[in-house]
Design a protein around this ligand. Structure first.
Ligand SMILES: [Zn+2]
Length: 169
């Protein structure tokens, strides 16, 4: 495989409304593995990091964190997905967002923010397809269990003793 480029390509991107506030969208097709954009920001100290309430912190390594909150960091508009089409890659102390697969015009860009961020902020609200599927499955499961409980109650109440014994064995 060709080595990854760390020079963002000249892709047309647009910030607009998405399912979860604003998002960053591709206006044209983006080939797989392309370097799309750099996640930029202000480098902050460990002390500042601990006090910071920014949701745009990106820890590059143990001694370097950037706060990507400034609006000129267009990459801050990329939302989280548990089944993303992009991924962040650290290269020489900087963060670049690459396409994990071919991205079609009009698609929203997203990447996985990582387990810690997910647990802290997104667990119950993530609207990505994977989480929606999980929620639907959980609801179905709960409904099934409730139905099973109702059925069990009916058997216990309505069935003759022999049937109850047969069920129990
Ligand atoms: Zn999700």
């Amino acid at each position: 495989m060709a080595r990854k480029s760390y020079i963002p390509g000249d892709f047309e991107l647009i910030v607009k409304r998405s399912a979860t506030g604003l998002g960053l969208f591709a206006e044209g097709e983006i080939p797989k593995n392309s370097c799309i954009i750099e996640y930029t920001g202000v480098q902050i100290s460990k002390e500042q990091e601990e006090k910071s309430r920014s949701k745009y912190l990106f820890e590059i390594h143990a001694r370097k964190t950037i706060d990507g909150a400034p609006r000129w960091n267009t990459a801050r508009y990329i939302n989280h997905s548990c089944r993303p089409n992009c991924e962040p890659n650290i290269h020489k102390g900087r963060v670049f967002i690459h396409a994990k697969r071919k991205i079609k015009p009009g698609e929203e860009l997203n990447y996985d923010y990582g387990t810690n961020y997910f647990k802290e902020y997104l667990k119950d609200i993530c609207a990505c397809p994977k989480c929606e599927e999980k929620r639907v499955a959980a609801k179905k499961d709960a409904a099934k269990q409730a139905a099973r409980k109702r059925a069990a109650k009916k058997v216990a109440r309505g069935a003759p003793a022999s049937a109850r014994r047969a069920k129990a064995s």
